[in-house]
Write a protein that binds this ligand. Structure first.
Ligand SMILES: Cc1ncc(COP(=O)(O)O)c(C=O)c1O
Length: 364
């Protein structure tokens, strides 16, 4: 029997109050299909850097979500939001502009719920992500990189395409606050419960702002002393915005994908942010390889950036603190780029990578 607040699509119960799949940590260990594999990821102690700093540096292992990244949480909530608002009916099309991971999350959810998926992405993203999207049945169009205020920006392509179809929605991850809500209703409570409220600081890199803003909003309500720190890659405006009130980019462009911003998104507006830092590519990449070498985690560079920020915070705050971040996705998604000698050399990152990590690279 399905209650009036739920919808049955492809035998998956969609709860219109947006909370169905995330019955918090204490629930049955049986997951409801792929959609049920979103959230409740393991919270992992990063042992070496925790021991080194005398803090507990913990990370939500977000690659354990059903679609393999932190963006699965947003993807599910965006689709649920569209269904709840009547914008998406059975058999409809989900259209999104994405650097890749949200698209992969959406494509997984669409398959499991019986929707079509169309993705517009900038043409500077890793080939692995484009290939995965196509394998997942998504229709992918890559477009030249241009800023948000240019009508040819990938997000505007997505909006226009959705408007041209019947029974289609542009899920609009950047400005649709269902994204932030995913982290207010899932990631934040998970961190609070899994640490039993013993958390002193959280830090995340920011793309849409959903993760940082949602986790920060939830945790501040529980304890306003928890420090919320935005970790920005080089070439983004957010550090300067939060430190100096100016939307000015820091120098360089970054090897990281999916984080860094040129504007203040609706998902980031009003976030309870206490501090911001820049983690340059050298530091993010070196930490990515340290995680591989010392802890055995094969993750992407945004995970390295997150952990580099957590490590810095641990050193600043001193021994005995608990700092939480996340491992956003797997390194498999960047094998041809982040783990390639030539790519790193051209960006000046091979020269700064400690010698003991060179054995993990391929190419010349
Ligand atoms: C690999 C990766 N890490 C981090 C993020 C940032 O997450 P958010 O959009 O919640 O700020 C993204 C977003 O696309 C991503 O793809």
């Amino acid at each position: 029997m399905i209650s009036p607040s739920t919808l049955l699509i492809n035998n998956v119960k969609i709860n219109l109050t947006l909370t169905s799949f995330f019955v918090r940590c204490t629930h049955s260990s049986i997951r409801n299909g792929l959609v049920g594999m979103v959230g409740r990821t393991p919270l992992v102690r990063l042992n070496k850097i925790s021991d080194e700093t005398g803090c507990d540096i913990l990370a939500k292992a977000e690659m354990c979500n059903g679609g393999g990244s932190v963006k699965d949480r947003a993807a599910l909530f965006l689709i649920q939001d569209a269904i709840r608002k009547g914008q998406l009916k059975p058999g409809g099309t989900v259209v999104e502009g994405t650097a890749g991971n949200t698209g992969i999350g959406l494509a997984h959810m669409c398959l499991s719920m019986g929707f079509k998926c169309v993705i517009f992405m900038p043409n500077n993203q890793s080939q692995e992500k484009i290939d995965i999207l196509r394998t997942l049945g998504a229709e992918v169009t890559t477009v030249p990189v241009c800023p948000w205020d240019n009508p040819n920006n990938y997000n505007h392509h997505a909006r226009r395409f959705a408007e041209s179809l019947k029974n289609a929605v542009w899920t609009n991850q950047f400005d649709n606050r269902a994204n932030r809500l995913a982290h207010i209703e899932t990631t934040g409570p998970e961190i609070w419960e899994e640490t039993q409220g013993k958390v002193d600081a959280v830090t995340f890199g920011t793309g849409t702002g959903g993760t940082l803003s949602g986790v920060g909003t939830y945790l501040k309500e529980k304890n306003r002393h928890i420090k919320v720190v935005l970790a920005d890659p080089q070439g983004s405006v957010l550090y300067n915005y939060f430190k100096h009130g100016k939307l000015e980019r820091t120098p360089g462009d970054s090897i990281t994908e999916g984080i860094g911003q040129g504007r203040l998104t609706e998902n980031l507006k009003g976030s309870p942010i206490d501090d911001a830092c820049v983690v340059i590519d050298t530091e993010a990449v070196n930490m990515t390889f340290k995680l591989l070498d010392e802890e055995g985690f094969l993750v992407g560079s945004t995970s390295g950036l997150n952990v580099a920020s957590a490590y810095r915070l641990a050193k600043e705050m001193g021994r005995g603190h608990t700092i939480v971040t996340c491992l956003c996705d797997s390194g498999h998604r960047y094998h041809a780029k982040l783990f390639n000698k030539d790519v790193l050399r051209k960006r000046g990152l091979l020269q700064t990578l400690p010698e003991q990590y060179h054995k993990y690279l391929h190419g010349n």
